[in-house]
Design a protein around this ligand. Sequence first.
Ligand code: ZN
Length: 195
Amino acid sequence: MATRALDELVEALRRLPGVGPKSAARMAYHLLQHDRDGAQRLSQALQAAIGAVRHCRRCNTFTEDEVCDTCRDPQRDASLLCVVETPADQAAIERTGSYRGLYFVLQGKLSPLDGVGPRDIGLSKLYQRVTDGQVREVILATNFTAEGEATAHVLGEALKARHLMVTRLARGVPAGSELEYVDLGTIAHALVDRR
Ligand code: ZN
C-alpha cells in the first residue's frame, strides 16, 4: 500500500523531534484518511511560516519583522540582557511578569556529544549584541540540564573576558529541568536571587 508520495510524507514527518517511523506513519495515515482539511491547513501554515518567520536582528528570537516587539519596546531596561535557549524559555520568563530587561535567544545549546558547537548556536551574534554599550549585566538563564549548565559555563567565561557582569539564575530551579516546565513563582525567585 506504500506509494512514493506516502513514503515521502512519512520521511518528512520523521524529521520532527521525538517522532519515530511508527508514529510518523500513524500521523500520515491519519491526515490522509481522516483529516484532509487539517492536512491542507498544516501544509499552508508551514509554507506561510517558512516564508514569513525569521530571526530578530538583535535578540535572535522568532519574528516577522527585522527587529522584534520586545527589542523595540522603550519601556524595557536595556542594561539587562537575559540569555535563554529557546523562545519557549523566553515566554516562560515573560509570564512571571517580573523581568523588564531584554533577551537573547540562543536557539539551541552547546552539545559536544551531538556535535553542536559554538558555531551552531548564536554565540557570535550574542558576543556582538552584548557590546552595544548599553548592556551592563548578562543573566544566564539556560536550562539546568547538563548541556544548559555547560553552555552557561562557556558563555560566562567568554562574557567575563569581555568585562561584563555575568549572573546565573539561582538554584531553586530543580536540577535537570527545563525552564519551560518550571512554575512561574520558582522562576521569578530564581531571577531575584541570581548571582
Ligand atoms: Zn528581538
